[in-house]
Design a protein around this ligand. Structure first.
Ligand SMILES: Cc1cc2nc3c(=O)[nH]c(=O)nc-3n(C[C@H](O)[C@H](O)[C@H](O)COP(=O)(O)OP(=O)(O)OC[C@H]3O[C@@H](n4cnc5c(N)ncnc54)[C@H](O)[C@@H]3O)c2cc1C
Length: 528
């Protein structure tokens, strides 16, 4: 069959759309095929109840690359970020609370309630993270070098990375600890108040089946400071219209350059002819030819489900089989008749306590116990809750006077020792509601609708193996030139003409667009 398309992209996740937009802008004929009835993957807005536009999966943005916003002129296509100030609110059982945000004076006052020493230390801690981010952030938009290739150009790229580290001086040691170590010892060294440390530590376990005492969690903590909101570093914001507005803006830019996007089009097989990707077969049997194929779907699905493993080297198949897809995240979306009335800061009128991320996690022991349950294959008896109320700054996503609350819950292990998530999820969600209700006693009676998305649902709905929200763990052994596998971190795969363009590749999960951006650059280098 003659090729109608230069490139077919499997999956209209935001990364697939970014790749499509750059390829189309460079004059390639691009077709994006999405399995679901709507585009966006995990970066999506869905009207699950009439009048409520819910960011069903990802819920806050900071990481999305400013380069892409500029290049694709996304603001013209509806991309609008809404900053949050303050950015977090942590109520404690003793009715005290800690509020943090981009306002240094507010931070000083708030932390000073718990420790004057920590109030002094926070700006220095943040400056240290930003210095490390200055060095590491440019790597997000670079193709990882291949230390095993033997090509002088690759070794030169590796040397340039090492040189950047050298420029950090003694901070390089701290940067290495951040990349490899555990979050808690770092926080213990900087701060004394449990309230501040636990608020910061919750970011270290987002999406991972680990406690903050475990190696690798410091990087997850750091990952969360690498972005910006409207030019302000380290600040997270909501998107007007929900997270799907990002994907819609990219799709609109891609279409304006001629890309075609089809929904309800699950790919069942990648066609390989003479060792080269030559198109795809849809679930309905239709075959579509293309000169190249890029997959925005995770590595397990791409290589072990959509391809015949016989097309791949045995050791590569083994590496993909061993990718860590364990997960422990569950999401609950709510429609509310009124805002939570916190005991620690009462009031149902919109206040600073409603704007940022509301952390429900009183201390490290609570975190460790929550993790211990998950370690033994049980949902946490007392889970960690991270709640956001985007309607606090966006009046376009719910009927007047009503609110959306998104609750990201840890730990809900994908592999349960007893029962399955279809049986357990509503009971677990009831427990989460009870916990939030202890802090805000009007919460349960304000619930109008509730949607519970278990790890099993994350796999079924969003195509995430094991429900892993990052398309594979973000641990050091699966990052940079090891993501998804050694020798194949440059978006190319063992099958010629087949590329990865989603979070399975460097720099991994999060709404960054960087995977799609880098993949498109490499594909254009190959003259697809
Ligand atoms: C619950 C949750 C909360 C999160 N919260 C945040 C957050 O607040 N901020 C943040 O930055 N990140 C967050 N993340 C992570 C982030 O959303 C993802 O890492 C990112 O969106 C991945 O984008 P992607 O384009 O690489 O892939 P995906 O979004 O996974 O897209 C893959 C696409 O491929 C489609 N697909 C799968 N199989 C096929 C097939 N056979 N044929 C055709 N199409 C197929 C899928 O339907 C999907 O649309 C969260 C993720 C989850 C799940």
């Amino acid at each position: 069959m003659p090729s109608t398309y230069d490139v077919i992209i499997i999956g209209a996740g935001h990364n697939g759309l970014v790749a499509a937009a750059y390829l189309a802008r460079a004059g390639r004929k691009v077709l994006v095929l999405e399995r679901r009835e709507l585009i966006g993957g995990c970066c999506v807005t869905e009207e699950i109840w009439p009048g409520y536009k819910v960011s069903t999966a990802s819920y806050v943005n900071s990481l999305f690359r400013p380069t892409i916003i500029r290049d694709l002129e996304l603001k013209k296509h509806g991309f609008e970020m809404l900053p949050r100030n303050p950015s977090s609110f942590t109520p404690f059982p003793d009715q005290r609370y800690l509020m943090l945000g981009p306002d240094a004076e507010l931070n000083r006052r708030e932390i000073g309630k718990f420790s004057a020493k920590d109030a002094d230390a926070l700006p220095r801690y943040e400056a240290m993270l930003l210095r490390a981010a200055d060095v590491l952030e440019p790597l997000l938009e670079e193709t990882p070098p291949n230390p095993w290739s033997g090509w002088p150009s690759e070794l030169w790229k590796l040397a340039k990375v090492a040189w950047r580290f050298r420029k950090l001086g003694v901070d390089a040691v701290k940067a290495i600890e951040i990349l490899t170590g555990a979050a808690r010892p770092i926080l213990d060294r900087w701060f004394e108040s449990e309230q501040l440390k636990v608020t910061l530590a919750t970011d270290a376990v987002i999406g991972v089946l680990a406690s903050p005492t475990m190696p690798g969690t410091a990087y997850v903590l750091f990952h969360h400071v690498m972005g910006e909101c409207n030019g302000i570093r380290g600040v997270w914001g909501y998107m007007r219209g929900g997270m799907g507005a990002i994907s819609q803006a990219i799709a609109s830019a891609a279409k304006s350059h001629g890309a075609e996007v089809r929904v309800n089009s699950p790919v069942s097989r990648i066609v390989v002819k003479n060792g080269r990707a030559a198109g795809v077969v849809l679930a309905n049997g239709d075959e579509i030819a293309a000169r190249s194929v890029a997959s925005c779907v995770d590595a397990n699905v791409t290589f072990l489900k959509l391809l015949d493993p016989k097309e791949l080297p045995i050791d590569f198949v083994e590496t993909i089989r061993h990718i860590d897809y364990s997960s422990a995240s569950l999401k609950i979306n709510f429609a509310l008749s009124e805002l939570p009335d916190f005991r620690a800061l009462p009031g149902t009128a919109l206040g600073p306590q409603h704007r940022g991320t509301i952390h429900i996690c009183p201390d490290f022991d609570y975190m460790e116990h929550a993790y211990d349950d998950a370690k033994y294959g049980k949902p946490s008896a007392s889970p960690i809750l991270e709640c956001t109320i985007p309607t606090s700054v966006d009046d376009t996503i719910a009927p007047p006077g009503k609110h959306i609350l998104s609750m990201f819950v840890q730990y809900a292990p994908d592999k349960l020792r007893e029962g399955n998530w279809d049986q357990l999820k509503e009971g677990f969600a009831d427990r989460c509601c009870d916990i939030l209700n202890d802090y805000a006693p009007n919460f349960k009676r304000s619930i109008l609708h509730r949607q519970v998305i278990s790890p099993l649902d994350l796999e079924r709905t969003f195509g995430l193996t094991g429900g892993n929200i990052f398309q594979g763990a973000m641990s050091l052994n699966s990052m940079f030139f090891l993501r998804p596998a050694a020798n194949f971190a440059d978006y190319r795969t063992p099958v010629k003409g087949l590329y990865l363009c989603g979070a399975a590749a460097h720099p991994g999960g999060g709404v960054m667009g960087a995977c799609g951006f880098n993949a498109a650059r490499e594909m254009l280098r190959d003259r697809v």
